[in-house]
Design a binder for this molecule. Sequence first.
Ligand SMILES: [Zn+2]
Length: 335
Amino acid sequence: MNASRFLALSLALLICLSLLFASCANEKLPEDPSSEPISEVSSFEPDPEEEESSLSEEESSNRQEEVSQNNQQESSSVKNEASSSRPVQNEVSSRPAEKPATKPGGSAAVDNEGHGIFFVIEKEDLPAKQSDEFYFSYVQQYDLGWNMKLLNKSNMLSADVDCELVDVGSGRLFDARASKALNQMISACRQAGNTIWAQSTHRTLAYQQKLMDNQIQKNLNLGYSREEAEYYSLLWVAPSGGSEHHLGLAVDFNEITEYFENTTTFAWLQENAARYGFILRYTEEDTEITGYGYEPWHYRYIGPDHAMQMKELGIKTLEEYVYTVEYLLDKQNNA
Ligand SMILES: [Zn+2]
């Protein structure tokens, strides 16, 4: 090999190495200490696969989006865009205070084993069906209890919740009042022969902001303008204050991928989660109502009474259900 060829080859190698280093440095995300798995043995027995799948849903979603962009798969990109194109609706400070709820037919809110108000709803009592936009924009009117707080892009939190959080395994935190139900559901699901673990649970507002900043930076790195980067980030990452994970009542299971819907674990949850008080929060057909893409891995605790009632009434989203409950409360109050 002559000298000039050797020089050219060395230069090429050097460029490759520095590019590789730069991309690794960009990939590295600062981790929230609160979400860092703890090495202690826990009763939760995190799945061995957990190490490999420690991506947050946002990271994993972004990876999917990058893959689809790289492959120029139009259909996948279109689905991502269409799935959750709702902008953030109202300002945090403009949110009115919730009124204390009064049960229809009764005079006071009923405390149902530590949960908020609950009453049986008959199918003939259901209000007329409203538009997707109506449900998406609906602002919760009443305090229906800690388990029935609506949190979405139209109902945002301005501060972290003030409730007791307990470790449900590997340092992941959950509302103490619902942690028993989560543990019981996971145990029962495993006893039925399925693999399940809680991959992501409570998040602080600050941590959610960090996820959003990281996502925007990734999109900027892909060549989008600041405006585009922010727009595309909002499709997949909840804004700080708008993630249900702030409540300590939301849980993402297993690898946090859409393939989760093909697992026996998902089938088991579809059949049984309501009995433990959990609902699939972001359904495939209702992205215009929830404002978020389909997330088969994301479950929200609302308590068994409400979860079973939603199932019986065939109401798929919490937006529609909270509206229904509050419509009936209003009807009662104005009677
Ligand atoms: Zn989630």
